[in-house]
Design a protein around this ligand. Structure first.
Ligand SMILES: [Ca+2]
Length: 292
């Protein structure tokens, strides 16, 4: 069901305390909240977090070749959904729920990249924003003020949340069960969003639960000199997925780990019930000096 929040967006600046997350954050000993979180609830009732732009080392030199070259990348500020898009939220916008494991508070799954960008456009239109995607050419207008999928760089920057380790909490998988649903703790299904610890940016389920579609076309090696707001290759058939899922080994849930699939892949088969997404939106003015 859609919950319309009155008129303009309500911005809540809080000192790391957002109702249901307070207990979880107290349990998050390995991660400290860096600055006060800036959280907003959109007109269609989606909670988003302002991710302040910055530089980070993207990729990993220790695992797959497609995570290289590791290089310093800068991304501008952006708003990001605090949770994976839920079945309730997806249904409220599209009138559909393709998920295999049905529960309104679980992440939507069995969505293709194309389904995800279609949702982005519909959500933009519902809120009176300019859609980012041309659904025929599949091109993304990054200047539009509507919703889109995160770039890989934005996704990894948000997942790391200031950390340079393999996971947002460190290098060893020992603590992964506290942050993400993956093969060893999921019991073989996705889970309700937001049940485990958030990362230092206040984002939930970046590791595990469902893989998250990114905007980028997949290539098996990064473009080495694309260092500011990288957007990936111009052509190719596959799109990127990030973060691992309820059905993944811990290594697939690492911040730098990459996966890919055809953009219109949606049928019930391997992996589809582990594919979901979350949206981002440009943050007008957040990178202006006066706001820093
Ligand atoms: Ca996820």
């Amino acid at each position: 069901m859609q919950r319309i929040v009155i008129s303009s967006i309500i911005v809540i600046v809080c000192t790391g305390i957002i109702s249901c997350s307070s207990k979880k954050q107290q349990e998050t000993s390995a991660v400290t909240s860096p600055t006060p979180l800036m959280v907003t609830t959109t007109k269609t009732g989606i909670v988003m977090v302002l991710i302040k732009g910055g530089e980070f080392m993207m990729g990993s030199s220790k695992y797959s070749n497609d995570e290289q070259p590791v290089r310093k990348v800068r991304v501008d500020s952006f708003w990001m959904d605090r949770f994976e898009v839920t079945q309730k939220a997806y249904n409220a916008i599209t009138g559909k729920n393709p998920s295999k494991t049905r529960d309104p508070d679980f992440p939507v799954e069995q969505v293709s990249w194309y389904d995800a960008i279609t949702y982005c456009n519909m959500r933009s239109i519902r809120e009176g924003l300019k859609p980012c995607y041309n659904l025929e050419t599949l091109e993304c207008d990054f200047d539009a003020d509507g919703y889109r999928l995160p770039t890989e760089a934005e996704w990894e920057y948000a997942c790391r949340a200031g950390s340079s380790s393999e996971f947002t909490f460190g290098d060893k998988e020992d603590d992964l069960y506290r942050y993400g649903w993956y093969k060893r703790n999921s019991g073989g299904t996705p889970h309700k969003v937001g049940q485990l610890s958030p990362n230092a940016f206040g984002l939930y389920d970046m590791h595990g639960n469902v893989w998250e579609w990114c905007n980028d076309i997949y290539t098996n090696q990064y473009i080495a000199d694309e260092l500011v707001n990288p957007r990936g290759p111009k052509s190719g058939n596959k799109r990127v997925l990030r973060g691992g899922s309820w059905n993944s080994e811990s290594m697939e849930c690492r911040a730098a780990a990459r996966h890919s699939e055809n953009a219109k892949f949606a049928d019930v088969c391997f992996g589809a019930d582990a594919y979901g997404f979350r949206c981002v939106r440009k943050a007008n003015g957040a990178d202006d000096k006066k706001n820093n």
